[in-house]
Design a protein around this ligand. Structure first.
Ligand code: HEC
Ligand code: HEC
Length: 364
């Protein structure tokens, strides 16, 4: 009895002690999902932001090292293009976060495309593709076409997918014949196997070890205080409210929103998702992009209208420019310069270090 009460007293003392240590107490807030989140490295409430190690793949195209390797070669091979001069990597460069650094992409012969090249990082975690969501899977994206006008078809027409030039060309390369046989036994070199291999490669392009990821896993020094404050702003519905669209874990809701870009106010604006789903809310709505590796993919937005991350933040702070069909989740935000510094620092914490990429050797 006596020992018990001593224990109790000690326990009480310990509780009081911990209550009286406000410096050690981690901030707690209710996020845009109405979940209570404790802002401490490795805290279980942060788990939803951790990506699964491997993204899901369809049963008829599970990832194997042979498929990924073949897909990587195809991604880097100009023989895949109709002209024999363009590669996927012309517009999705590893050193630019798998984007191209241009406001909107430029095709072969200098034709400027209507939209920016999105990153291919972490695409395997997403469930809908292209700025207007017209492709449901990576495999379908790879075969291209789908009857959409060529100018928004991601350079695919120049890849000769329609006339099969690339298939004849690849079939003449003994190295490819062997590699396709190993990756897709008995299936040959077809539009489908080319697209499948590329999709398998794309699923292997993963960013899941940024400073933010390491912090989620428990490394308390992985991000600094400013970045931590930025994360708090990001998920706080009463502050920056970013995660209402840029959801856990891949910073996208796979949804479409009109964020009030100036270009929507121009005559004959790009209607975005509306072209696929003609409901009013979707006019000028584009897919929420992932923000992982965002430090590498400037300029920003589908029209490349924001040069720097700071320009993106200022855009959100003023609640967008064109209000004619603005998402109900967009409104002006009361953000100080310090808040914007913190948000910007947080966005950089989502970026993995840009290691030089070893280009694959192509078969002959
Ligand atoms: C001329 C530049 C260019 C080339 C070459 C190019 N792309 Fe793209 N890519 C783009 C643009 C621009 C978009 C966005 C188009 C849209 O949404 O309308 C895009 C979109 C994509 C997407 C969808 C990404 C997402 O977030 O939804 C994937 C996947 C992709 N490209 C893979 C490829 C592959 C594979 C190749 C080679 C076969 C390729 N790209 C060649 C510019 C290019
Ligand atoms: C209403 C939903 C919504 C909210 C709220 C929102 N975003 Fe976005 N975000 C999007 C969509 C959609 C795009 C692409 C828009 C486009 O290009 O037309 C985007 C684009 C971006 C981009 C550019 C990425 C790229 O690759 O081009 C960044 C950076 C970004 N958002 C950060 C933020 C931050 C930081 C906040 C909070 C201050 C925020 N977003 C709030 C939906 C949203």
């Amino acid at each position: 009895m006596k020992t018990l009460s001593i224990k109790r007293t000690l326990l009480l003392a310990a509780t009081v002690f911990s209550v009286y240590q406000p410096v050690l107490a981690a901030p707690v807030l209710v996020d845009t999902d109405a979940d209570t989140v404790t802002l401490a490295a490795g805290h279980p409430s942060l788990k939803k932001w951790l990506l699964p190690d491997t993204p899901p793949a369809p049963p008829d195209n599970l990832s194997t090292p042979e498929r990924v390797k073949l897909g990587e070669m195809l991604f880097f091979d100009p023989r895949l293009s109709g002209t024999g001069q363009v590669t996927c990597v012309s517009c999705h460069l590893p050193e630019r976060g798998w984007s191209d650094g241009l406001p909107t992409s430029v095709r072969f012969l200098g034709e400027v495309m209507a939209v920016a090249s999105p990153t291919i990082v972490n695409l395997g975690y997403n469930s809908i593709y292209m700025w207007d969501g017209r492709q449901p899977t990576l495999e379908k994206q790879g075969v291209g076409g789908q009857g959409v006008k060529a100018d928004i078809n991601a350079g695919m027409t120049h890849f000769g997918f329609k006339d099969g030039v690339h298939l004849t060309r690849l079939a003449k390369v003994p190295g490819y014949v062997e590699l396709f046989e190993k990756a897709y036994p008995g299936q040959g070199i077809t539009r489908e196997t080319v697209a499948k291999a590329i999709a398998a490669f794309e699923r292997s392009v993963i960013s899941n070890n940024s400073p933010f990821d390491r912090w989620l896993r428990g490394d308390k020094d992985a991000i600094d205080e400013s970045q931590q404050r930025g994360f708090a702003l990001f998920i706080d519905p009463a502050r920056a409210n970013c995660s209402v669209c840029h959801w856990a874990p891949n910073f996208t809701d796979n949804g479409f929103h009109n964020v009030g870009l100036k270009s929507f106010g121009a005559s004959k604006p790009d209607l975005g998702r509306y072209k696929q789903r003609p409901v009013r809310l979707m006019r000028g709505a584009f897919k929420t992009p992932t923000l992982r590796d965002v430090g590498l993919t400037a300029p920003y937005f589908h029209d490349g209208s924001a040069t720097l991350l700071r320009d993106v933040l200022k855009h959100y702070a003023r609640g967008g420019d064109d209000h004619s069909n603005l998402s109900p989740n967009m409104h002006a935000l009361a953000l100080s310069e310090q808040d914007m510094d913190d948000l910007e620092a947080f966005l950089h914490a989502l970026t993995t270090s840009n290691k030089p990429y070893v280009y694959p050797l192509l078969p002959n």
